[in-house]
Write a protein that binds this ligand. Structure first.
Ligand code: RFL
Ligand code: PHB
Length: 395
């Protein structure tokens, strides 16, 4: 049996950043991660950071590489019906901007920093059972190097993603009173990484009658692109040539804009889902990040929500564990959920407006087009998209 103040399950961005923020406040933690370090550091996922996320990483002293190689973007393009429209963030959202910096890089920066600070991050350590949640000493039973161990803690933070143990544990306890709110979408995203310079300076979100497409990037030489595909699509259905042809068709603007092709270095399919589990706390177990909520990636909010949750949780836990002040932890779930629901709404709006539901009737199609036209012709409507996209400081 070992002991720590905060036992953290999961070394994704939520768990690693929580551990680092607690360390800065003099609170000790142990992070247990079921997968190997290389897997966690190379899993291709999100890439767009809100201004607030950038500010948190800088203030925590883990923003140097982000500031050196990240790309600051001041707008996005909406493309539909052969038209191109720019949403300008600084003029519409109080001078704010966003940063393109991949989740893989944030995770590498945080792992390096935790290890440099002699933090305990155990890879290939799978949490098996969370116990004693309403006692003064909850425990985590986990398997590491072929043996089972027990970690006794003051608090457990489940930062273990959508398929993790934290939420499953709460859902199996009727007294936790966990509610699920969820929505499935009749499509998925096929994402590629390609060794080619981006064909645009800012992200392009395109609605085309063939479906949605997104042009994002990782650097001046690496592009990240996504296509709406059927929910049951397999990678075998999508050889590289078909992907490039489909992307070119969906980004078509009738005006000579061209998509440059390049070698595809990675491909994956992600289901689309909206999900919230509430409350995000039971006794001494706290959920943060994807463990508690999922958004479809169209609003680029998943990683940003994970960062917002643990920023709140770290200061609430520090006040409690250091000063005995419980107000922060008592308000954690309600405060976090306000931001979560704002992001759920925005992500749902972006998703339904930009994707083509094969079962939708022409009425839905016209509603989506009308919503897009409104956004690109009214400063008030454009500001709604801009301020949600760059992130609201108070929700
Ligand atoms: P993560 O990153 O899923 O990390 C959870 C970690 O917990 C570990 N784990 C366990 N460890 C020990 N014991 C157990 N029993 C465990 N069970 C699980 C897992 O191995 C993992 O390392 O959650 P976190 O930290 O909350 O971070 C959230 C973000 O990762 C997530 O919101 C975004 O990446 C969502 N997301 C995207 N967001 C965007 O904004 N834009 C995107 O393009 C985008 N693409 C994606 C995504 C999420 C994906 N997932 C979850 C399948 C693409 C994918 C494929
Ligand atoms: C990405 O760069 O991976 C990305 C950017 C914006 C999104 C989703 C994904 O909305």
């Amino acid at each position: 049996m070992t002991r720590t103040q905060v036992g953290i399950v999961g070394a994704g961005p939520a768990g690693l950043l929580l551990s680092h923020l607690l360390h800065l406040r003099g609170i000790e933690s142990v992070v247990l991660e079921s997968r190997p370090r290389g897997h966690v550091e190379h899993r291709q996922r999100a890439g767009m950071l809100e201004q607030g996320t950038v500010d948190v990483l800088r203030a925590a002293g883990v923003g140097d590489r982000m500031d050196r190689v990240g790309l600051v973007h001041h707008g996005i393009e909406l493309r539909f019906a052969g038209e191109r429209h720019r949403i300008d963030f600084p003029s519409l959202a109080g001078g704010r901007a966003v940063m393109i910096y991949a989740q893989t890089e944030i995770v590498k920066d945080l792992v390096a920093r935790r290890l440099a600070d002699a933090g305990q991050v155990l890879f290939e350590a799978e949490a098996l059972v969370l116990d004693g949640l309403t006692t003064g000493t909850p425990t985590i039973r986990y398997r590491h190097e072929g043996r089972e161990h027990t970690l006794a803690c003051d608090v457990i933070a489940a930062c273990d993603g959508f398929h993790g143990l934290g939420r499953a544990t709460l859902e199996a306890l009727p007294e936790a009173g966990t509610h699920r709110f969820e929505r499935e979408y009749p499509f998925a995203w096929l994402g590629i990484l390609a060794d080619v310079a981006p064909s645009c300076d800012e992200l392009i979100y395109a609605r085309h009658e063939r479906g949605f497409a997104l042009h994002s990037m990782r650097s001046a030489t690496v592009s990240r692109l996504y296509l709406q595909v059927p929910p049951d699509a397999g990678l075998a259905d999508w050889p590289d040539d078909r992907i490039w042809d489909e992307l070119a068709a969906r980004f078509e603007d009738g005006g000579g804009w061209e998509l440059t092709h390049g070698p595809v270095t990675e491909k994956g399919i992600t289901p689309m889902r909206s999900f919230v589990a509430a409350p995000m706390r039971h006794g001494r177990l706290f959920l943060a990040g994807d463990a508690a909520h999922i958004v479809p990636p169209t609003g680029a909010k998943g990683l940003n929500l994970a960062v917002a949750d643990v920023t709140l949780l770290a200061s609430a836990l520090a006040r409690w564990l250091r000063d005995g002040d419980e107000t922060g932890i008592d308000g954690y779930s309600d405060t976090a959920l306000r931001r979560v629901w704002r992001a759920e709404h925005f992500s749902h709006l972006m998703t339904t407006m930009l994707h083509v539901d094969p079962a939708a009737d022409p009425f839905d199609h016209q509603l989506a087009l009308s919503q897009l036209r409104y956004i690109v012709s009214s400063a008030a409507a454009a500001a709604t998209v801009a301020e949600n996209y760059v992130g609201l400081s108070v929700v």
